[in-house]
Design a protein around this ligand. Structure first.
Ligand code: SF4
Length: 617
């Protein structure tokens, strides 16, 4: 009997309707844990440099981890993987989707979608039964309407649904996939991949159970973890992840005015505690989560009236301080529009900030009548609509900031803040220099979730790791090693299906994760093996990217961080000294001068077959 896993991967080919239930290769599962680990393997084998991300030959993978469906608190993450239409390389986004629970309860560790349906379709999975159904009547609906309509049609309000909105249908390159009524797989434009397959939604209901090897031990560990994590996450519970916004303004981490300023005097207006006072309805937890960082908010009237899921930190900063906007209600409204139309709030905010800077500089004049003056809340809300509907200037910005700057030209590339085509998240690499290396080398482009070494600089330490004291964020020493370790750790944690807020904000000893794994699967896992698995996962993703043409020259940051500093605030005068940190990183990683994992490293990680492909003469 398999413990912790369902034992099958479901393949659906939308071109011919073929449904295949493939046994899960347990060696693969134990060597890659699940989630992005297994998905990276499948992607590497199925997708090549010639694959058009929006062509039927691309695949879209939804993969769970061993913790999903086991009653481990916060074991709720589903990873979506594909070749990204935004970046052209490895694309990944992780969300708290009950879809993952229902997939596992239906008997599948993951779902791989291939091909392209002739007409709009959705996939309905109910235990053994798998159907491709018409979605003609759903096409054009927003994500929330789609979820409601699918549930109504299937006569069950408890069905898990993930859906795309008009943005995904129209192949907007920053389109997201929305789970149920709020959580987003936002990054890398994977909603456009779904749209390119004519796939409007995936609905799932499972009634099975996941067998665990040692339920008594699992209960003990669960109690131990909650005793540690709940007191440490009180602020998240009270004010959501945006609780940290005011602190970040004060310590120099907050992105302001497209990364050109170091101070935002109105930050108090958009921090988490202000949201609590002014518009909070209540917490909006993911399933299985006692932390409940998610918010439900309501703006009762006025131009920004809305009720629904509230902005978390990344969204608040992206559509707020980054665009110099301190109007809380407008951010709540813009967030709601992004979720309904199905676009990534991080990429959207970064792209609007880019447009505002171009407008200020006179580079962008034809805005279709939208006044893109810094901080104009109406313009931000309007641009979210235009991007999501692929209309007017929104059709250009929805291509993502790299492509938009190429289309606009006139030197606007200088203001396009991205790595490898993925827009920046909201943590300042001038303040936390470990993040500079992490962004420059992340396998998806600029993403704080693919390795957050700033945890060491922020004093959120893990006792199993080498850093026993916080390290000064402005220093460059040891930051290459730090980025490497946290990227590996992140690959491993995410592959379990575990929320990182529980792990890092909760300050869980990392050995609880390996003990959980033992109790769930019956297989002992040492911390060293756990980290080695993370390293293996990172390297297969990197090798995939090497095949897509990524080399050392792509491991860089926008000039803004390398040459420009800000004139005020705690990070005043700081630039990123990337080269020295990158040298150390390359040494620690075992990357060769072309930016490929060296052959010996790949063989040592059990990836000889990958070495044979990327090092073939
Ligand atoms: S901590 Fe927040 S993101 Fe993580 S599972 Fe809980 S509610 Fe979801």
């Amino acid at each position: 009997m398999v413990h912790g896993y369902s034992g099958k991967i479901l393949w659906v080919n939308l071109s011919n309707g073929e449904v295949k239930k493939q046994s899960l290769d347990m060696e693969l599962a134990y060597n890659f844990l699940g989630g992005e680990g297994i998905a990276s393997n499948i992607l590497f084998k199925e997708v090549g440099p010639e694959t058009d991300p929006l062509g039927p030959e691309n695949i879209l993978i939804f993969m769970t981890g061993a913790f999903v469906g086991t009653n481990i608190p916060c074991g709720i993450k589903t990873t979506v993987v594909s070749k990204s239409p935004l970046t052209g390389i490895y694309g990944e986004s992780i969300f708290s989707a009950p879809l993952g629970l229902d997939l596992k309860y239906s008997g599948y560790d993951g779902l791989v979608v291939k091909g392209r349906a002739e007409n709009p379709a959705y996939i309905w999975i109910h235990n053994d039964q798998v159907e491709v159904k018409s979605a003609k009547h759903l096409w054009g609906m927003d994500t929330f309407e789609t979820v409601d309509a699918v549930r109504e049609e299937l006569h069950d309000k408890s069905i898990s649904v993930v859906a795309i909105g008009p943005a995904g249908e129209r192949l907007v390159k920053i389109a997201s996939i929305i789970s149920d009524d709020s959580r987003a797989a936002g990054r890398c434009g994977l909603g456009a991949v779904m749209g390119s397959k004519n796939l409007k939604a995936i609905a799932c209901k499972g009634t099975g159970k996941i067998a665990v090897s040692n339920p008594e031990r699992l209960d003990e560990l669960r109690r131990e973890a909650l005793n540690i994590a709940l007191p440490n996450t009180k602020t998240l519970r009270e004010h959501g992840t945006a609780a940290g916004l005011i602190v970040f303004e004060q310590n120099g981490n907050l992105p302001i005015r497209n990364w050109t300023r170091g101070s935002f005097p109105e930050a108090e207006n958009i921090t988490g505690s202000t949201m609590t006072q002014k518009i909070l309805v209540g917490p909006n937890p993911c399933k299985t989560c006692p932390i409940a960082c998610g918010r439900r908010v309501r703006v009762p009237s006025g131009p920004y009236a809305m009720e629904g899921s509230g902005p978390e930190y990344e969204t608040m900063a992206a559509l707020g301080s980054l665009c110099y906007n301190s109007n809380l209600e407008s951010i709540a409204k813009a967030n709601d529009i992004c979720n309904r139309l199905g676009i990534d709030t991080i990429s959207t905010g970064q792209t609007i900030a880019f447009a505002m800077e171009c407008y200020e500089k006179g580079i962008l004049q034809d805005t279709g009548g939208v006044d893109l003056t810094w901080g104009n809340p109406d313009a931000i809300v309007k641009m979210c609509e235009l991007i999501g509907m692929k209309q007017g200037l929104g059709a250009i910005l929805g291509e993502g900031v790299r492509r938009a700057s190429q289309l606009i030209g006139k030197g606007s590339e200088k203001y396009a803040i991205h790595v490898k085509g993925l827009e920046f998240p909201e943590h300042n690499p001038r303040k936390f220099k470990s993040m500079a290396v992490a962004y420059a080398t992340s396998n998806v482009g600029a993403n704080h979730n693919r390795g957050s070494p700033m945890l060491v600089e922020r004093n959120l330490l893990s006792p199993e790791l080498p850093w026993k004291e916080p390290v000064d964020g402005f220093l460059t020493k040891d930051k290459g090693r730090m980025a490497k370790v946290y990227q590996d750790l992140c690959c491993a944690v995410d592959s379990l299906g575990m929320c990182k807020f529980m792990v890092f904000w909760g300050k869980l000893p990392l050995k609880i994760l390996t003990e959980y794994y033992g109790a769930v699967t019956g297989r002992a896992l040492t911390f060293e093996e756990f980290m080695r698995i993370g390293e293996r996962i990172w390297n297969i993703q990197r090798a995939f990217n090497n095949r897509m043409g990524i080399t050392r020259k792509d491991d860089t940051l926008p000039e803004r961080f390398l040459k420009e500093s800000v004139n005020e605030g705690p990070a005043k005068g700081q630039i990123v000294e990337l080269d020295v940190m990158l040298e150390e990183y390359y040494r620690e990683r075992g990357l060769d001068e072309d930016g490929k994992p060296n052959e010996g490293k790949l063989r040592e990680l059990g990836l000889g077959w990958v070495a044979d492909i990327i090092h073939k003469k």
